[in-house]
Ligand binder design. Structure first.
Ligand SMILES: N=CN[C@@H](CCC(=O)O)C(=O)O
Ligand SMILES: [Zn+2]
Length: 405
């Protein structure tokens, strides 16, 4: 893995997408001590500004490192068989109610050791990194016992030590009702609130708590109990909401100050308004929409009207989105959801970072952490336009060039 030793580096004559917009002319970008120290139009650039800086790259498009703010990267096994069933007309919900779906991945993940989960998950993480990711959120949710959920979170933390990437972890104990609690969902929610959340918080294993608020998941009342426990332990809140039906899960999450409500195909105007008022980010997951062959579109125009920031993420998981390519998500966000390429890229940078409570990330601005990608393309929109691996020339993490070719 090539690295450079100087801490002062200069990228020259690059087109810049700053996380929200494309800058109007070619720029020079100076990085020092892991942060962006200067940003000048290339034509105005004065060598004295960057004295002592090594030239790290010239030409191409510089973007913030991509932020994949919603993944289920850690799991064992796969669900290719269910993919075939769904193609034959069996629905995701029917498979779940028959004990497959998430519970199928739970069986495989419970049976796997931490090392086995690392071995299974690293290639997926590497695929994200090869496509420009510098920050990734990883959820638990395939353990559904205290020990197995903590195991997943530990694996997620270890992945962040094995590769130059920032990993945020989210406890998703309320992903599905484990079979041993059949008919006793409230008791399982008590386990999540009284044992899982306190244990994850005490061990520093979770940055946030998520729920699956859905008919095949948990009711709004059950989710609310989980949010109260998360808040009591100082953890941020997220929601899988309005994916298959409208239960008002996004508005509930917003009332608890959630960082994000994710999926949201069935979100209504009241939910959009609640999110706008709370500053809750809408996380769009076009991979799951595509794989489930969903037809109900998220309310993109309403989200725009109310000024709700829209993030875009891979939702990499074995069931609804077995896809580890964020730039493909940018393409699907445009083709399926009609986002503009600029919106899709903001969704994978500035707004993705905001969905993780990290507003300094995902930007190219003086003072921001220097997580960057240099791409061999002419203009930023190409990242959403073409689906093509191998365009990443450099990946920069905390000011270090951690990948170069
Ligand atoms: N909707 C719930 N959770 C995941 C899917 C998990 C699975 O099917 O394994 C999602 O984000 O789509
Ligand atoms: Zn998810």
């Amino acid at each position: 893995m090539p690295t450079q030793s100087t801490s002062k580096r200069l990228w020259r004559d690059v087109q810049v997408f700053d996380g929200l917009v494309q800058l109007s002319e070619a720029m020079n970008v100076l990085v020092e001590d892991g942060r962006i120290a200067g940003l000048w139009p290339a034509r105005e650039f004065n060598e004295a500004c960057a004295e002592g800086a090594a030239c790290a790259g010239r030409g191409g498009v510089l973007t913030p490192g991509l932020v994949d703010c919603h993944t289920h990267l850690v799991y064992a096994g796969n669900r290719a068989g269910e993919f075939e069933q769904r193609l034959e007309g069996v629905s995701y919900e029917e498979i779940a109610r028959a004990g497959g779906g998430i519970l199928s991945s739970v069986r495989a993940t419970r049976a796997a050791s931490e090392d086995e989960l690392i071995a299974a998950s690293l290639p997926r993480l590497d695929a994200l990194l090869a496509d420009g990711v510098t920050t990734v959120e990883i959820k638990s949710g395939y353990g559904l016992t205290v020990a197995d959920e903590l195991k997943m979170l530990r694996v997620a933390r270890r992945l962040g030590q094995l590769r130059p990437v920032r990993v945020l972890t989210t406890l998703l104990g309320a992903h599905a009702l484990p079979p041993e609690y059949a008919g006793r969902a409230d008791d399982y929610v008590s386990l999540v609130c009284e044992e899982m959340i306190p244990a994850a918080a005490a061990e520093g294993l979770a940055d946030a708590v998520d729920v699956f608020c859905e008919g095949i998941g948990f009711s709004p009342a059950q989710c609310e109990r989980i949010y109260q426990a998360a808040k009591a332990h100082g953890l941020a809140i997220k929601a899988h909401a309005e994916q298959l039906s409208n239960l008002g899960g996004s508005a509930l999450a917003a009332r608890y100050g959630a960082l994000s409500a994710d999926h949201i195909e069935y979100l209504d105007e009241a939910g959009v308004r609640a999110m706008a008022e709370a500053g809750t980010v809408a996380v769009l997951l076009p991979g799951a929409f595509h794989v489930l062959r969903e037809t109900r579109l998220p309310p993109i125009e309403l989200l725009r009207q109310y000024g709700v920031p829209m993030a875009v993420a891979s939702d990499a998981n074995p069931g609804t989105s077995p896809i580890c390519m964020p730039t493909l998500m940018a393409n699907l966000a445009c083709t399926l959801f009609r986002l503009t390429p600029r919106e899709a890229l903001a969704g994978m940078t500035a707004h993705g970072a905001r969905a993780l409570g990290l507003p300094d990330l995902g930007r190219i601005a003086v003072g921001a952490p220097a997580d960057l990608c240099l791409w061999d393309i002419q203009q930023p929109a190409e990242l959403a336009y073409a689906v093509q691996a191998g365009r990443l020339r450099q990946r920069v993490f905390k000011g270090e060039v951690v990948y170069a070719r």
